[in-house]
Design a protein around this ligand. Structure first.
Ligand SMILES: [Zn+2]
Length: 434
């Protein structure tokens, strides 16, 4: 110590200038203060940190709604690997709502929520780290029935929103349930009236057991018989069944396919019938395949769109038959229903349709003029009406206008099938149109 002190003395003399030279004791005291105080502070801070544990881990809050079970799974996770898992293993997550409280260890908890309502949930994580969040959950409406009625020996049930076609159900012991269209359930073979519980699952997963009363169903009536059985004819109908506030959308010709129509078909299940001219359809076969895949129905509108009242029976038969055959071959769906070009028909047209294998001819009762709907009687659209549109530029807009009107009138777009004409009076005169 002495040797070191002496050795340093001459060097330090200059540094202190004219001030009195510190004694050896003062020198060491200053040195201890200069080095020691900061070291002590570092030690104190380190001590504090040591007592509060490791640095906090980031936490994430996620939740998922299961419409099938009307429950929300709330989960707190951490992206910080092992340290995050350790924090969550020592945590408790609690969810509270006005009159309920649910909690679980480990960061995940499942909470029931009411269907068709918005629920505000307060989520709290307690444990090594705290977290508090408020989430709002909207559970969709359960499926509900808007209308039901008897048609052709079947009981038709229409739902407000599209359904998933569920497993086969048998009601009342013998009544078979089938899903004919996303918003249409068909119950057949009801020998006696009964009450039952119909299981419905909406496309969003919401489930409901809906009480239904099914009457005894009469056997279906067959289509109107031709006047002269020796000369079979296929009759034309301008209206179809009105059960379930049904409305039938048909679009003719096929020269201008519309992507917008496909989009509308995908978004709101739309059972559209396209009466196609073979000459037009063959220009865009890939489009018509997509139309069929989207649930579209194909109708016969002849090969080249002549006025069938001005051609021979054999020419008319070929026009119907070749179109049916070609469309069936190209699109995998052979039309059962035809529509004569211009709505023009006579008994020759009807006999030709029968020879070509068509079961019914469809006219229309409402058309669209620009974006305006024109019905046969000038009144608003009513159940059972058949609306005609054409595959022309602007069709998407027309269809949007029509669908808004259909929705406002609580009508249900329904597939146009041969059964749709059962018990309906056939049309006697040509319609005029295209
Ligand atoms: Zn046409």
């Amino acid at each position: 110590m002495d040797a070191r002190g002496r050795a340093s003395a001459p060097v330090r003399a200059g540094a202190y200038g004219a001030r009195p030279r510190p004694t050896q004791r003062q020198f060491w005291f200053r040195r201890v203060m200069v080095l020691g105080v900061p070291l002590t502070l570092v030690a104190v801070i380190a001590g504090c940190l040591g007592r509060s544990g490791p640095a906090p881990v980031p936490l994430n809050l996620a939740w998922t709604l299961s419409p099938a079970s009307n429950s929300v799974t709330v989960q707190v996770t951490s992206p910080s690997g092992t340290s995050g898992r350790q924090v969550l293993a020592h945590s408790q997550v609690a969810v509270s709502e006005n009159d309920g409280h649910w909690s679980a260890a480990g960061g995940t908890v499942r909470v029931p929520v009411p269907a068709g309502a918005r629920t505000t949930l307060v989520v709290r994580l307690t444990g090594p780290q705290q977290l508090k969040r408020t989430i709002t959950v909207s559970a969709p409406q359960p499926p509900r029935i808007v209308k039901s009625g008897a048609s052709s020996g079947r009981w038709l049930i229409y739902t407000f929103s599209p359904l998933r076609s569920g497993p086969a159900q048998v009601l009342c012991g013998t009544d078979k349930v089938s899903f004919a269209a996303p918003t249409q359930v068909v119950v057949s073979e009801s020998a006696t009236a009964c009450h039952a519980s119909l299981q419905l699952t909406a496309q969003d997963g919401e489930h409901a057991a809906v009480p239904v009363t099914i009457p005894a169903l009469a056997k279906p009536k067959s289509l109107a018989k031709p006047k002269n059985p020796a000369k079979p004819a296929t009759q034309l109908y301008c209206f179809a069944h009105s059960a379930g506030r049904a409305i039938y959308i048909t679009i003719d010709d096929g020269w201008t396919p519309s992507q917008q129509v496909l989009t509308l078909m995908h978004h709101n299940y739309l059972p559209i019938t396209a009466f196609l001219i073979a000459d037009a359809a063959k220009e865009n076969l890939s489009y018509w395949k997509k139309f069929v895949a989207a649930g579209g129905i194909i109708g016969d509108h002849t090969v080249s769109h002549p006025n069938l009242t001005k051609v021979s029976l054999s020419q008319a038969t070929t026009q119907w038959k070749q179109d049916r055959t070609d469309l069936g071959h190209w699109l995998g769906q052979t039309p059962a229903i035809g529509r004569p070009p211009y709505g023009a028909f006579n008994s020759t047209t009807e006999v030709a349709a029968a020879r070509a294998g068509l079961t019914a001819l469809a006219g229309w009762s409402a058309t669209m003029s620009g974006n305006r709907i024109q019905t046969w009687n000038g009144k608003p659209l009513s159940p059972g009406e058949i609306v005609i549109l054409h595959w022309v530029p602007g069709l998407g807009q027309q269809l949007t206008v029509l669908l808004n009107e259909i929705r406002a009138l609580h009508l249900n777009p329904t597939p146009l099938t041969v059964a749709s004409f059962s018990g309906i009076a056939p049309q006697q005169r040509s319609l005029g149109g295209d």
